[in-house]
Design a binder for this molecule. Structure first.
Ligand SMILES: Nc1ncnc2c1ncn2[C@@H]1O[C@H](COP(=O)(O)OP(=O)(O)O)[C@@H](O)[C@H]1O
Ligand SMILES: [Mg+2]
Length: 234
């Protein structure tokens, strides 16, 4: 469970300070599928980066599974980023010269796994995104959509509780975007908590809960009536 309490992010300005986050409170429970949406500059990435410990709050508090993440030691931050959360970014951030397999294995290597033991985990993650057959390909030879699927496999290989995706479809065409959203939805169905940042209302509508930001504040927080109807139909 993620509990965000009255968080601000302040940047010093000329006349007055600028608040990228102007007092945000939000709770995200286990196995939710949440879209954080809103216009460019509304503070979405800032908020997600804070949940991921990639950025620090100016005031307020974020607790994840009962722990205040601002109090983490360096070692705890590294473990948190490696095991508790899985990141997916707009620009994929793969190692282009590495194979698909080696890219996905990287978080396991960082957490001290042996190559033999890692193999089944990597294969499982790649099968979740339908790319086992590209295992030996270099990342740079894949299409954008495939690269993002590799990035998702890398994000889930350590079985994190939370998947944090910042504009994962931002560099993709419609067909690939739909595929990525389908994969994220299926990860949610398999029990992960998925938080996606997107400025695209179409993508936001794939989530179960839609949180809308404007000027560093949450202006609406609703269950998605479309997915509710879908749930009832099943
Ligand atoms: N290092 C920084 N210094 C000053 N302003 C920043 C910095 N980083 C982000 N901002 C500002 O904070 C606001 C929110 O940014 P961001 O969270 O990236 O928005 P979004 O992801 O919704 O597009 C923007 O106006 C952005 O210009
Ligand atoms: Mg952003």
């Amino acid at each position: 469970m993620i509990v965000i309490e009255n968080v601000t992010k302040r940047y010093p300005g000329g006349d007055k300070d600028f608040y990228a986050l102007a007092g945000v409170s939000l709770e995200i429970g286990e196995n939710e599928f949440v879209a954080i949406t809103g216009k460019s500059g509304s503070g979405k990435s800032t908020l997600l980066n804070m949940i991921g410990t990639l950025d620090r709050v100016s005031s307020g508090k974020i607790t994840v599974d009962g722990k205040d993440i601002s109090k983490f030691s360096g070692r705890e931050i590294a473990a948190y980023r490696n095991k508790t959360v899985g990141f997916v970014f707009q620009s994929f951030y793969l190692e282009p010269s590495y194979t698909v397999y080696d890219n996905v294995e990287l978080p396991l290597v960082l957490s001290g796994g042996t190559r033999a033991r890692n193999r089944s985990k990597v294969e499982l993650a790649l099968s979740a995104v339908g790319l086992e057959h590209k295992m030996k390909e270099r990342a740079r030879n894949l299409s954008g959509g495939e690269q993002q699927r590799v990035a998702i496999a890398r994000a889930i290989v350590n079985e994190p509780v939370y998947i944090l995706a910042d504009e994962p479809c931002g560099n993709l065409d419609t067909a690939n975007s739909e595929n990525i959203m389908r994969i994220l939805a299926s990860l949610h169905k398999m029990g992960r908590t998925v938080i996606i940042v997107t400025h695209d209302p179409e993508d936001a509508l794939k989530a179960e809960r839609i949180v809308t930001m404007s000027d560093g504040k949450i202006v609406s927080d609703v269950q998605n009536p479309q997915t509710e109807a879908l749930g009832q139909a099943l």
